[in-house]
Design a protein around this ligand. Structure first.
Ligand code: PLP
Length: 393
C-alpha cells in the first residue's frame, strides 16, 4: 500500500481574506424561497434589469460570425475609442483612446492598478465604511490597507485633512476614492474631490478613483477624477449603470507611465477580456434611452424609501446622493446588524446587507438596503419593515 505523503497544501496567509457576510444572507434567503416564502431582495448590489437590447442584439449577430478569439490585451480598438468618446459626451473631456484599458469588470481593474502602482508593503488608504474588496484585494497582494474612519460631517467621504493626518502617522503610497460610494450612496462634491486629489498628489500619494456608480447620481452631478488630474487612475465598469454585472467587463483610464506595465500584466494575467462581452459593451452605448429609464426607476425607488423608511421606523440614514444604496442606522433597535438582518429576513421577508461587511466596528449599527429592484417591491419592503419594527420595538 502506498504510504500517504504528507500534503504540502497549506492555504497561504495572503489568501486569508474575510468572506462577504451578505452571502450568508443570500443563502438564507434562497432557503426561505425554496420553502415557498416570497422574499424582497435588497441585499445584493446589482441592477434587477439586464443589458440593453442593443448589447444583446450585437452579441446575437456576432455569434453567427465567429470565431471569437482573443483580442488585443488592452481591448478591442473600437470599444476603447467608444469609451473615450463617452468622456467627451459625459464630461466634455478629450481622453486619448490609447489610455483606455478594457478589464474583466472593475474588480480586475483594481488588481491591475494595485499591481502596477504599488510594491508589496505599500500603505494604501481606504475609507470606512467602504467596499470590502478594496482592502481584501490589497492585502491579498501584500499591500497594507489603511482604514480611515469617515463621519457624517464629511458626507462619509475621505477628506484632504483625514488623508494628511494618516500620512503624517506613516507615509501612504496610495488612496482609493469612491464617489458615489458603496455602501453609503454618498458622493463627494467636485470641489471636495479636487481638494482631496490635489492634497494626495502634492504628498506623492497615488489616487485610484472608483467611478463604477457614475451615471447613477441624483443629488448632484458626479465629477470624474479624469478632469482633475492626468495622474489619477480611473476605474469604471459596465456592471452598474449599464446593467451588465454578469458580463464581467469594465475599463480603466490609465496615466501614460503605467500603460505599458498594465498591458504586460493584462497579457500575463488574463490575455484579454472576453470577446463577446467587449462586443456587447460597445453596443451598450447605443442603449442609453433604455438605461436612462432604468435609472428613472432607481430615482422612483429612492423617493419611495426616503419617504417611507422614516414612517416605517428607520429614521436615520446617510444622504442617498447616488448609486442605489441607502445606509440606515439601526442602533435604535440593535447593535448587531448581522443578527438584525437575519431576523428581518426570517420575520419580515426582506433581505438586506449587515453593515459589518463594510465597517467591522461601526457597521454593527447599520444596514445597507439596495434599491435596484422594482418600485412595487420598495413599497412592499417599507410596509413589511414597518410592520416588523412595530412588533420588535
Ligand atoms: C464600489 C464598487 N466597486 C467595484 C465593484 C466591482 O464591480 P465589477 O467587478 O462588477 O465591475 C463593486 C461591485 O459591487 C462596487 O460596489
Amino acid at each position: 500500500m502506498l504510504e500517504m505523503a504528507k500534503s504540502p497544501l497549506r492555504p497561504s496567509a495572503r489568501s486569508n481574506v474575510p468572506p462577504f457576510m451578505v452571502m450568508d444572507v443570500v443563502a438564507a434567503a434562497a432557503r426561505l424561497e425554496a420553502k415557498g416564502r416570497r422574499i424582497i431582495h435588497m441585499e445584493v448590489g446589482q441592477p434587477a434589469a439586464g443589458a440593453a437590447a442593443t448589447a444583446i442584439a450585437a452579441v446575437r449577430a456576432a455569434l453567427s460570425s465567429g470565431p471569437h478569439g482573443y483580442t488585443e490585451a488592452l481591448g478591442i480598438a473600437s470599444l476603447r475609442r467608444r469609451i473615450a468618446r463617452a468622456y467627451s459626451d459625459w464630461h466634455g473631456l478629450d481622453i486619448d483612446p490609447g489610455r483606455i484599458v478594457v478589464t474583466t469588470g472593475s474588480s480586475a481593474g483594481f488588481m491591475l492598478a494595485f499591481l502596477a502602482a504599488f510594491e508589496a508593503g505599500d500603505r494604501v488608504a481606504v475609507a470606512l465604511p467602504g467596499y470590502p474588496p478594496y482592502r481584501h484585494i490589497l492585502s491579498a497582494l501584500n499591500c497594507e490597507p489603511v482604514f480611515i474612519e469617515t463621519t457624517a460631517a464629511t458626507r462619509w467621504s475621505l477628506t484632504d485633512e483625514l488623508l494628511l493626518a494618516e500620512h503624517r502617522v506613516r507615509p501612504l503610497q496610495g488612496v482609493v476614492v469612491g464617489s458615489p460610494a458603496n455602501p453609503t450612496g454618498t458622493m463627494l462634491p467636485a470641489p471636495a474631490l479636487a481638494a482631496l486629489i490635489k492634497c494626495a498628489q502634492d504628498a506623492g500619494i497615488v489616487v485610484i478613483s472608483d467611478e463604477i456608480y457614475h451615471g447613477l447620481d441624483y443629488a448632484f452631478a458626479a465629477e470624474s477624477a479624469a478632469r482633475l488630474s492626468g495622474d489619477a487612475i480611473i476605474i469604471n465598469s459596465f456592471s452598474k449603470y449599464f446593467c451588465m454585472t454578469g458580463w464581467r467587463i469594465g475599463w480603466m483610464v490609465v496615466p501614460p507611465p503605467l500603460l505599458r506595465p498594465i498591458e504586460r500584466l493584462q497579457q500575463n494575467l488574463a490575455i484579454s477580456v472576453p470577446t463577446l462581452s467587449q462586443i456587447a459593451a460597445e453596443a451598450a452605448f447605443d442603449g442609453r434611452a433604455e438605461l436612462e429609464k432604468v435609472k428613472q426607476g432607481y430615482e422612483e425607488n429612492r423617493r419611495i424609501l426616503l419617504a417611507g423608511l422614516p414612517r416605517a421606523g428607520l429614521t436615520s440614514f446617510l444622504p442617498a446622493d447616488g448609486a442605489f444604496y441607502l445606509y440606515a442606522d439601526i442602533s435604535r433597535f440593535s447593535t448587531d446588524s448581522f443578527e438584525f438582518a437575519t431576523r428581518m429576513l426570517e420575520e419580515a421577508g426582506v433581505a438586506a446587507t449587515p453593515g459589518v461587511d463594510f465597517d467591522p466596528l461601526r457597521g454593527r449599527n447599520f444596514l445597507r438596503l439596495c434599491y435596484a429592484g422594482a418600485p412595487q417591491d420598495m413599497h412592499e419592503a417599507v410596509e413589511r419593515i414597518g410592520k416588523w419594527l412595530r412588533q420588535v420595538a
